[in-house]
Design a protein around this ligand. Structure first.
Ligand code: NAD
Length: 364
């Protein structure tokens, strides 16, 4: 591979697979002969906008293969059974079979939808994740979780379908709108907070370079952040334990997103508020110092992420948390930071403690 600096890290799960970081879209075709079984037919699943931006570069390397494009409209609503069925009809129309390789070119929505399609089409076909958003590069493309939504909830129908490889071209991030960058930053900061104090410090010291999208700084940020995800899923692919730490901020954040009907708050903003609420709760339990709580808030604030939600009702938010998928036997399972760069799964937070944490983010 000719890219100036690329790296391979491996997910050491049930089936080992590589995460290539800093490789280029054009080079993916040259990598395919390295897969254990020969590739002949490829289905690329993507959004029109992403294909317009990057489809040509990816196709450059795929001249030796029979390739069909399946275009999906953008938006979370497309992670649906209806879209899955349409993809299936189109794939059959193109003569897809059990040897077809699916390439998911896009953000987390494409990764989850194309990944779920790959997990069930003909009882499972091969998948390569080519993530093009920051969130997808540092988080959703790694770990094998794929899913579609159901009217009853997000990601209700899903599977573990690890890819053959994750192929990350950092240059695709140059066209990403800032609001989408924020979604990825919230997850990256979360990774730093749960497992990498050095990365947390990097975020603190590189604010301007990160905001200005300095390519070298972004390379370091994405590489370190995805390494956290790789390390965690390598230890616990099926989320029996430590993988749960990746949910830090999400129980609070998800409650806020549903309470606000997904309007006026992005996922990244929800996670940011959720991290602050978890930090307050951890502070109250003595897991982190008040100075550390302030450090976390300051870091999120520096990246323009919200740290307060004035006007919300704490009781209503607490109520929303009753429906969290992670709850067990009526007990809320929350992830709390323990210092900077470490986190714990807590099963003994009382409703009063949670309410107090909500009150702190509401009053700011
Ligand atoms: N499977 C997992 O482990 C996991 C983890 C976290 C999140 N997710 C899922 O990820 C989804 C969110 O993913 P997302 O934040 O990437 O959003 P997204 O996939 O909706 O992408 C956001 C927008 O950016 C556009 N886009 C993509 N790449 C671009 C580029 N390079 N330049 C310009 N525009 C580009 C897309 O077309 C889309 O409009 C959610 O459905 C969530 O459930 C899954």
């Amino acid at each position: 591979m000719n890219s100036p600096e690329w790296q391979k890290i491996e997910v050491l799960a049930d089936r080992k697979y590589p995460v290539y970081l800093g490789t280029s879209l054009e080079e993916l075709g040259a990598y395919l002969p390295a897969l254990p079984e020969k590739v002949e037919h490829i289905l690329i699943i993507s959004h029109q906008k992403v294909l317009d931006l990057y489809g040509g570069r990816l196709m450059k390397g795929l001249g030796d293969y029979r390739v069909n494009l399946l275009v999906v409209p953008a938006g979370e609503a497309e992670k649906s059974l209806e879209r899955l069925s349409q993809l299936t009809t189109a794939a059959l129309g193109y003569g897809a079979d059990r040897k077809t390789l699916v390439i998911a070119l896009g953000g987390g929505v494409i990764g989850d939808l194309a990944g779920f399609f790959a997990s069930v089409f003909m009882r499972g076909v091969r998948l390569i994740q080519v993530p093009t958003t920051l969130l997808a590069q540092v988080d959703s493309s790694i770990g094998g979780k794929v899913a579609v939504n159901h009217p009853a909830g997000k990601n209700i129908l899903g599977a573990f379908h690890p890819p053959q490889a994750v192929w990350t071209d950092f240059t695709t991030l140059e066209s990403l709108p800032w609001l989408e960058v924020e979604n990825g930053l919230a997850e990256s900061i979360k990774h730093a907070l749960i497992a990498d104090p050095g990365l947390f410090n990097f975020f603190e010291t590189q604010v301007d370079s990160i905001k200005q999208r300095d390519p070298l700084i972004w390379r370091t940020m994405v590489t370190r952040s995805s390494s956290v995800k790789v390390k965690i899923v390598s230890q616990d692919e099926r989320e029996q334990g430590i993988r749960g730490l990746l949910n830090l901020g999400h129980s609070f954040g998800h409650a806020l997103e549903t309470e606000m009907n997904y309007r006026g708050v992005t996922h990244g903003q929800g996670v940011s508020i959720g991290i602050v609420a978890a930090a307050h709760l951890a502070g109250a339990k003595g897991f982190i110092s008040l100075a550390e709580v302030e450090r976390i808030k300051q870091l999120l604030r520096n990246y323009g992420l919200p740290i307060a939600i004035p006007g919300q009702n704490p009781q209503a938010l607490l109520q929303r948390m009753q429906a969290d998928k992670k709850n067990q036997g009526g007990r809320k399972i929350l992830i709390l930071p323990q210092g900077i760069g470490n986190a714990v799964i807590s099963q003994d937070c009382t409703d009063n403690e949670i309410l107090a944490a909500w009150q702190q983010v509401i009053s700011g």
